[in-house]
Design a protein around this ligand. Structure first.
Ligand code: MEV
Length: 326
């Protein structure tokens, strides 16, 4: 039996603009998605998702939630390597620290962990670039026009500056400043495909959105310069740039009343910066908070009954957790 973990992610700067070729900065979280794979005697394939509470067996209609990994990953690996995964006798279970479709890149992390488990189980080749390639195939089925940033950060971990390609340009930071991050759940499910489409429609209507995207790109470069200072980076500067980025995301229509409420709650209680992260409309709000204010903010959020996560940047990306023979 093999268990693989892949980290979820936050986008610190540049979401949406990244779809149009501008750079974005993503960080891997220490909140994970897991895939467990084991042999079974029946010559079939069974996939169980704990979060979606469903199980699929080869031959049955594929549920919408599993289409990205079955059609994007299983079908493609079968074709590329001329193997029959669906009749190989395997049971795969997917589970997660975070809820599905919450805006933390869980779907991409599932694709990454799932691909890794298959490549390892069938002894194909464990190569991060190959994992990334198949995980991107699944993302294309989920979102239509993904930039590829979500799967890439989950594969490599750490803090990345990413520009979509082809070929994609990826820069990874070796020395990461300690960012105390708080992620507050809006409890509104996010829909990346819809949010990306809304932005695209607005952009077709108003050419000036090109200027906003360009400004987001410049701001992202400015933030990267600061983050590259590692432990000497000014968290105050990073926070201010996050606030500017949030204003621009709001201008392109991907904020919401609930997001604004949380963004200002965090700022009014001492966060150094706060913004929506990922596709927007729902999902999570990200705040950078120093130790001094973290305790107070946590207490207030708990009193308000809000769900939140505290996380730092995870440096690892994919991890093979156990290889047990049963
Ligand atoms: C989703 O995490 C981020 C978006 O920029 C979409 C994408 O990059 O594919 C909104």
């Amino acid at each position: 039996m093999l268990i693989v973990s892949a980290p979820t992610k936050i986008i610190l700067f540049g979401e949406h603009a990244v779809v149009y070729g501008y750079p974005a900065i993503a960080g891997a979280l220490d909140i994970y998605v897991y895939t467990k794979i084991k042999k079974i005697t029946e010559p079939t394939m069974i996939v169980r998702s704990r979060e979606y509470n469903l199980e699929w067996k080869n031959g049955e209609p594929i549920p919408a939630e599993l289409r990205p990994i079955i059609e994007g990953i299983v079908f493609t690996i079968e074709r590329d390597f001329d193997i029959n995964i669906r009749r190989a006798g395997i049971y795969i279970e997917i589970f997660s620290d975070a809820p599905p479709a919450c805006g933390l890149g869980t779907s991409a992390a599932i694709s990454v962990a799932f691909t890794t488990a298959l490549l390892k189980h069938f002894d194909i080749r464990f190569d991060k670039d190959l994992v990334n390639k198949y995980a991107y195939e699944a993302e294309k089925i989920s979102h239509g026009k993904p930039s590829g940033i979500d799967n890439t950060i989950s594969v490599y971990g750490g803090l990345l500056k990413y520009s979509r390609g082809p070929p994609a340009r990826i820069e990874q930071l070796k020395h990461i400043s300690d960012l105390n991050m708080i992620l507050v759940d809006t409890q509104i499910p996010k829909n990346t495909k819809k949010a990306v489409m809304m932005v695209s429609e607005l952009k077709n209507k108003y050419r000036l959105l090109d200027d906003i995207m360009n400004t987001i790109g410049k701001l992202t470069e400015e933030a990267w310069k600061e983050l590259k200072k590692g432990p000497n980076a000014s968290l105050q500067r990073i926070g201010e740039l996050m606030n500017i980025n949030h204003g621009l995301l709001s201008a392109i229509g991907v904020s919401s009343g609930k997001i604004e409420e949380i963004v200002y709650f965090l700022r009014n209680n001492g966060a150094l910066g706060s913004k929506l992260t990922g596709a927007g409309i729902g999902g999570f709000v990200l705040g950078i908070v120093d130790e001094k204010n973290m305790h107070k903010i946590r207490k207030l959020l708990t009193q308000k009954g809000c769900r939140y996560f505290i996380s730092r940047i995870n440096r690892e990306g994919i991890q093979l957790l156990s290889e047990l023979t049963e």
